[in-house]
Ligand binder design. Structure first.
Ligand SMILES: [Zn+2]
Length: 137
């Protein structure tokens, strides 16, 4: 095993399992979006509700639109990550770090199936970007 000895490479027999995880994750996300935006509840209303829950108050101003946009961007971002991971499974690159090519590692991918980078590269990236979008990847 190469220098990064902790990472167990993804073998082809594991791919159906990760495909399932990613499909489940996408289904859950879509259900959540539908729930937030279902019926005649607009995105702004959903954002308002989210903020009311969080802060017990809601101001009708530009922040409302900003939050609606933020929610949408984060959800779209997550859906994009899932699509990217499913595409990687399809083209055989799943489990390889997009930055250095090392194994991302089975344990890391089970915890976060959309991870695109090995721990070392991800840590470096987060430090470089001030951890703005910390949790995933
Ligand atoms: Zn890497």
């Amino acid at each position: 095993m190469p220098a990064n000895a902790i990472a167990t490479p993804v073998t082809p027999d594991l791919l159906p399992q990760f495909t399932q995880l990613l499909n489940d994750q996408r289904a859950a996300l879509l259900a959540q979006i539908r729930q937030q935006r279902g019926g005649d509840i607009s995105r702004a209303d959903a954002a308002a509700n989210a903020r009311s829950v969080a802060q017990g108050d809601w101001a009708q101003n530009d922040a409302e639109r900003d939050l609606a946009v933020t929610l949408e961007e984060r959800e779209l971002d997550e859906l994009n990550q899932i699509s990217t991971a499913l595409q990687a499974i399809a083209d055989g690159s799943y489990g390889s770090c997009v930055t250095c090519g090392a194994d991302v590692g089975v344990a890391r991918l089970k915890a976060n199936p959309v991870a695109l980078r090995c721990m070392a590269c991800q840590t470096q990236l987060e430090q470089a970007h001030g951890q703005v979008h910390a949790p995933t990847l």
